[in-house]
Design a protein. Structure first.
Length: 60
């Protein structure tokens, strides 16, 4: 039981050392993730459209 309590105390001490992001940093990071997700989705959609057209002409 003592090991568990030591682990909890040490974890709490380590969490106090963490530099947590501000709300502004979290907002910008979230925005970057959303924008990159849409860009990758658009790119993959375009590649899919092109490859579908190419292969549909080859199969005919």
């Amino acid at each position: 039981m003592e090991k568990v309590l030591d682990y909890i105390r040490e974890s709490k001490a380590e969490l106090k050392k963490v530099t947590w992001p501000t709300k502004k940093q979290v907002w910008y990071s979230t925005l970057v993730v959303i924008v990159v997700t849409f860009l990758v989705a658009g790119y993959l959609g375009l590649v899919d459209l092109i490859l579908t057209g190419v292969f549909s002409h080859i199969i005919r």
